[in-house]
Design a protein around this ligand. Sequence first.
Ligand code: OSB
Ligand code: MG
Length: 387
Amino acid sequence: MSSADNTAPVRTLTAAAPVRLRAIEVRLLRLTLVRPFETSFGRTEVRVVPLVRIEADGLEGWGEAVAFDEPLFSAETVSTVRHVIGDVFAPALLARSLASVGDVTTTLSRFKGHPMAKSGLELAFLDLAARSRGLSLRQAIGGTRARVPVGVSLGIERDLPTLLELVRSHVAQGYQRIKLKIKPGWDLEVVRAARAAFPDILLSVDANAAYTLDDTMHLQALDAFSLLMIEQPLAHDDLLDHQALQRSLRTAICLDESITHTRAAAHALALGSARLINIKIGRVGGYTEALGIHDLCLARDVPVWCGGMLECGIGRAHNLALASLPGFSLPGDISASTRYYARDVLTHPIEVAADGTVEVPTGVGLGIEIDRDYLDEITIESRTYRA
Ligand code: OSB
Ligand code: MG
């Protein structure tokens, strides 16, 4: 990347006029994955997906809160999202005049934690603000790419042949990077076999915090396979052990769980705990922090990529906008809708082209139309909070 690219993009995160929210809806969808997804922390087959919809002066905005049923990736759950938005965040936001995404961030900043719940609201606000100005999400945040490179994250499978067949089919579909979930007992042998079968692909692994520093020698064996990165090998809230591990590995460490806000990213880079960072808007509490981490990494020439949380089309559209920013130089975990769900909540599912890229939506706001009938069909709960 040339240093000429290292300027923060132009952004319009304000609405056309200050907004008084009339209603905040938290809606739970029930979606079944086309294939169960297993990581070192557990297996997911059916997802309850919390959506956030906000309403003001004839405008609306949609966001997704990426929490799961159980606190296995991080502390939040679908229930904590629903509770904290309904009982705390909605009353705080409904009472105020909000000009920009930053006003949502500031209003909620005195409340500790709950980044996924906060993020659901920030996503919805940016969608509404962008719609009020006739901009796409990408235009609003200053994204520069029309298409983004994407990879796929493949879960732990029953056996090696099954996994290798999945790698083959996703490489054939054009995915530019294959990420394998690993855990003790499903790691070296799996990576060795995948690398032997596909010598030239961009390959990475994600441990979701399954190891400790005592496994250093074991993890050093991964250096033999030319991996693009090892994602979050150690504890979910750690920076110091990752610093020690990164010093003893040739392969780049990428942090996911540990990077919960811009300060954590700055600390990780200062310590040398990672050479790459994955940005998930939900994990970091919304656009303000996601853009902050992007800008920090861009200024320091640290590559970032957009992580995924098995989102439905609404979260996926936000991820595409984020990934259009100049710092996102590595393929993101933004796969085709059909890799996750047989039917998505959008009228036009997100597709991956043969060259392994996805088009960033160009319509106003989210940029893709929501399939309201289908959304209603799979809604299992809806609560609306009013001013
Ligand atoms: O760690 O990146 C992760 C899915 C659920 C929880 C955590 C992670 C993941 C993935 C899948 O790797 C990413 C995606 O394709 O949405
Ligand atoms: Mg991860």
